[in-house]
Write a protein that binds this ligand. Structure first.
Ligand code: GDP
Ligand code: IMO
Ligand code: MG
Length: 434
């Protein structure tokens, strides 16, 4: 009954899509457990690049069941657009995709409220993707959300839509001075989506429980990253869901005792999109070099990602809160040309040294990062498949980063393609002893 959870260890964009696609070969089911189309997971297969937002990154392998779990918030327009674009490229959905009946819908008023709220915040904005994620989760927690099952029941859908649009339009008009949402138009639009999505909507919790009982291998796909988690991240500069491993249980309806491995995806340096503290951020030539070599531009919004050195405080925190059993170190090749590299081991704030992740924003914003410096290897690692073929200094970097973070590496990624990978430990084999 192995369930392997894949989580981002930093602020998202660690390369989860590539690793999930790679591991799908050994899995039977790939299930997304949280987030929405704020995610952008890039998968490169041969010469083809796919950017997945809602569809699980396992879809590119034939015959694997892909699930959008109850913890995901789904904008049906975005989902259908993504499916249509992939269908044109030969990807099949009919037998492969299931959407949870309990997944909540992102409605046009969620998007309008997200955009209006950010506008009002001015320079205090979170820098959201503007996709309606926060308002959709707020409605869910506030017990007003509309679920996939409601979409299939015309009467319930109309009632809920009417109630929610009334309230949202009141806020949009009176508080935000923003354009209103037309209820009748939304109703018609969503009935169209219902007709198209109906065949995919199912009791995915039941499906997963039977799959797990039948010893099928399940890959639980997290979006975003640990430090964007609403509980464990750099609140309030976070997303509105639980990307951490616990989110896989609630977001899929599986028991914690089914989880056998938690693979943390750790980028060899750090990036962040949107606002919020980033202690090791580099606003200099090295930061620019990381952005250019790493092609660090958002897969969802196209925004330039902020770049900086690896930070063992944030990785160690991720190791703890996820119960990470091993790490995939990604994008090592991006560091190939550097003369020297730094790894953050603490923050100094008002004379005090912090060696574990603080939750006070002031420490994260104003703390001075304390670094160890390591020599660069200054030779290409692109596409290396065997650990022993890595330059000695690159191995030392990986080992130091992992040791200081308290996690063992199981994968090292040396390029965006499937085969540009070093596998140190096969997934679905490190089953926890009980
Ligand atoms: P995700 O959101 O965690 O799935 O990550 P993204 O797909 O948003 O961003 C990661 C980017 O890095 C994508 O463009 C990947 O194709 C690319 N990538 C993944 N692993 C590697 C790697 O090891 N080396 C390089 N150079 N690029 C990689
Ligand atoms: P993947 O899955 C990086 C960030 C946004 C913003 C904050 C809140 O590709 O790693 P939201 O729209 O979720 O309310 O925005 O979270 N964010 C991401 N950053 N990668 C992502 O997903 C992200 N999804 C949301 O930039 O700072
Ligand atoms: Mg991404």
């Amino acid at each position: 009954m192995p369930v392997l959870v894949v989580v981002g260890a930093q602020w998202g964009d660690e390369g989860k899509g590539k690793i999930i696609d790679l591991l799908t070969e050994r899995a039977d089911v790939v299930a997304r457990y949280q987030g929405g189309h704020n995610a952008g997971h890039t998968v490169v297969v041969g010469m083809n690049e796919f950017i997945l937002h809602l569809v699980p990154s396992g879809i590119l392998h034939k015959g694997k069941k892909c699930i959008i779990g109850n913890g995901v918030v789904v904008d049906p327009a975005a989902l259908l657009e993504e499916m249509d674009a992939m269908t044109k490229r030969g990807i099949k959905f009919d037998k492969n995709l299931l959407i949870s009946k309990n997944a909540h819908l992102i409605m046009p008023y969620h998007k309008a409220l997200d955009v209006a709220s950010e506008k009002l915040k001015g320079n205090k904005k979170i820098g959201t993707t503007g996709r309606g994620i926060g308002p959709a989760y707020a409605d869910k927690i506030n017990r007003k959300g509309i679920r996939m099952a409601d979409l299939l029941d015309e009467k319930t859908f109309r009632e809920k839509l009417s109630c929610n649009t009334g309230e949202a339009n009141f806020m949009l008009e009176r508080f935000y001075n923003a354009p209103l949402v037309n209820q009748d138009q939304v109703y018609d639009e969503y009935q169209g989506y219902a007709r198209r999505l109906k065949k995919y909507i199912a009791d995915t919790t039941l499906y997963l429980s039977e799959a797990i009982a039948g010893k099928k291998k399940v890959l639980a796909e997290g979006a975003q990253g640990t430090h964007l988690d609403v509980d464990h991240g750099t609140y309030p500069f976070v997303t509105s869901s639980s990307p951490t491993a616990g989110g896989a249980c609630t977001g899929l309806g599986i028991g914690p005792n089914t989880i056998t491995e938690v693979l943390g995806i750790v980028k060899a340096y750090t990036t962040r999109v949107g606002s919020g503290p980033f202690p090791t951020e580099l606003n200099d030539k090295t930061g620019e070099l990381l952005r250019e070599r790493g092609k660090e531009y958002g897969a969802t919004t196209g925004r330039a990602r902020r770049c900086g050195w690896a930070d063992t405080l944030i990785i160690r925190h991720a190791v703890r809160v996820n119960g990470m059993t091993s790490a995939a170190i990604t994008k090592l090749d991006v560091l190939d040309t550097l003369e020297e590299l730094k790894i953050c081991v603490g923050y100094k704030y008002k004379g005090k040294l912090y060696e574990e992740m603080p939750s006070e924003l002031a420490v994260l914003e104003q703390g001075v990062p304390q670094y160890i410096t390591m020599p660069g290897w200054k030779q290409t690692t692109i596409g290396i498949k065997k650990y022993e073929d890595l330059p000695k200094k690159a191995r030392t970097y990986v080992e130091k980063l992992c040791k200081l973070s308290g996690v063992k590496p199981s994968i090292v990624s040396t390029g965006p393609r499937r085969d540009e990978t070093i596998i140190l430990e096969r997934p679905f084999q490190t089953v926890k002893k009980r």
